[in-house]
Design a protein around this ligand. Structure first.
Ligand code: PLP
Length: 508
């Protein structure tokens, strides 16, 4: 097999009868030079973004930023890429948050790996749409292979399992809840929600989540017509994981109230604490009640590849469905996420035939269509290609090594915070989040003190930390996702926090 590309001279500079007149902006072989120059100029701006940045944020205020964007007259076109890139640099790139810097320790935004960025070039240039084979060809099978690979990491039987790439964790969680609701209704009442809408009993459906689960569960329940009231928040233990004895109690309580438990969402890696709910115990309870178990592993999926920490996910193989966010934990550019289901037959609930895309008579074996599994997107990007590039160039071992490094670093950071009397750490983390606050014996309003620190850091742009509230109190939050961050970086960040903390109350 000849794996070489054809020499460029053979494929470039062809003259085509198709391109005449003012169509030089269309992506086409005749316009390749235009494409390459445009991309190269844009790459120069990427280079500037990287070389110029020594802090994660410029510190610009929203009001000023808004004014700069508003000034632009979109009806007045520009003449050159130079002008365009200057404009975009001015109103975007100069102020864009730099997730790749060790001083960015705020939200769940990972630095991205270079193979994925190379893949992104093909994703957007070729622009396959993953809904049907005739719009993606190899893309359909590559996506399917990555879904199977992910299912294998979960411990599923890949002959039985299936799934689809989605836009993000919230959408994958929506799929989990829809499957939970519809399968329950079908099995318990022989009622098909897709065709007939919600059954009468639906107003009494209840889904159990921990009080530290992601808010998308509430939003999803509300758009599914179950209302936020259907989500029962089970309190968490001292590590902020779902309390199993309370889960049992809450299920019983709901039953006594005449409500109907339909499933449990376990969180593998909570947004605020990075801890994993007790998956085995939750699986036992779901089995006992014969209800759906969905695992939101949007963040915790990182552990799947780690030999050292994989054991924390034991029990995930018993879940009916799982959310995976490669754009949080596999160093992928946004968007890259998946919904995986243990029993592919259950996915059929989502299938819809459109005469123009996947008509009923189309043989699925011969002409496959990923659209059959997608809940809200028809036209869908080939995001899977980025993960393909990543896995093939880095291998799962290197991804695992990045994850292990980040988790080990978090343990070191936790020790640094605990050993320093100026700080109070709320919990350790299975993954890489630490919630803590700065304390000063002479200050009683610790909320104001820590809000001040966060605000000062943000507008200086030197360090970006997140924050959250626990029991009404304001805390600072580190989310570590960058394997190049060192303990020295963390030491410097803590020193800066202290410096602002010491200044609190001295300004007029
Ligand atoms: C545990 C968890 N689940 C789901 C989500 C939502 O994911 P996305 O932002 O990709 O929609 C998040 C986002 O932070 C999360 O932390």
């Amino acid at each position: 097999m000849n794996n070489n590309f054809a020499p460029l001279e053979e494929v470039s500079n062809t003259t085509s009868p198709h391109i005449s007149g003012n169509f030089g902006n269309i992506f086409h072989q005749d316009n390749y030079d235009h494409y390459r120059n445009a991309v190269n100029s844009t790459l120069d701006l990427v280079q500037q973004f990287l070389y110029r940045n020594d802090k994660p944020f410029s510190g610009i205020e929203a009001k000023e930023m808004k004014g700069m964007v508003q000034e632009i007259d979109l009806n007045q076109k520009l003449s050159t890429y130079k002008e365009l890139l200057n404009e975009v640099d001015h109103i975007y790139v100069k102020h864009a948050t730099a997730f790749h810097l060790p001083q960015y320790v705020a939200h769940l935004n990972c630095p991205v790996v270079i193979p994925a960025l190379a893949g992104e070039i093909l994703v957007s240039a070729i622009n396959s749409s993953q809904d049907t084979y005739d719009q993606s060809a190899g893309g359909t099978f590559m996506e399917r292979k990555l879904i199977d690979w992910t299912a294998e990491q979960l411990g599923y039987n890949t002959n039985e399992s299936d799934g689809v790439f989605t836009a993000g964790g919230s959408q994958s969680n929506l799929m989990g809840l829809v499957m939970m609701r519809d399968c329950f209704s079908q099995k318990r009442y022989n009622h098909n929600i897709k065709l007939d809408g919600l059954p009468q009993e639906a107003s009494r459906f209840r889904i159990f989540v921990s009080d530290k689960s992601h808010f998308s569960n509430l939003k999803n329940a509300s758009i599914m017509g179950l209302g936020e009231k259907s989500i029962v928040k089970v309190p968490t233990d001292e590590r902020f994981c779902m309390d199993i004895s309370l889960l049992k109690k809450y299920i019983k309580r709901e039953e006594q109230l005449g409500n109907i438990p339909i499933g449990i969402v376990a969180t593998a890696g909570t947004t605020d604490f990075g801890n994993v709910d007790p998956l085995k115990d939750i699986a036992n309870i779901a089995e006992q009640y014969n209800i759906w178990m969905h695992v939101d592993a949007a963040y915790g999926c990182a552990l799947l590849l780690s030999e050292k920490y994989r054991h924390l996910l034991t029990g995930i193989e018993r879940a009916d469905s799982v959310t995976i966010d490669y754009h949080k934990s596999f160093f992928q550019p946004i968007s890259s996420s998946a919904f995986i289901v243990k029993n592919k037959k259950e996915l059929l609930i989502l299938k819809h035939h459109a005469d123009y895309l996947n008509p009923k008579e189309m043989d699925e074996e011969e002409i496959p269509a990923q659209i059959n599994k997608s809940i809200t997107q028809s036209t869908r990007r080939f995001d899977a290609l980025k993960l393909w590039f990543t896995l093939r160039m880095m291998g799962k071992e290197q991804l695992a090594q990045y994850t292990d490094t980040v988790i080990d670093l978090t343990k070191d950071a936790a020790s640094m915070i605990t050993e320093d009397q100026d700080f109070e750490l709320l919990s350790d983390s299975d993954l890489s989040v630490l919630v803590f606050r700065y304390v000063r014996p002479d200050i009683t309003d610790l909320n104001a003190l820590n809000q001040y620190i966060k605000m000062k850091l943000f507008y200086s742009g030197e360090v970006l930390v997140a924050s959250t509230k626990v029991d009404g109190n304001f805390y600072l939050k580190f989310t570590f996702l960058n394997p190049i961050t060192t303990t020295e970086d963390i030491h410097e960040i803590l020193t800066k926090i202290k410096r602002h903390g010491e200044d609190f109350g001295t300004e007029n």
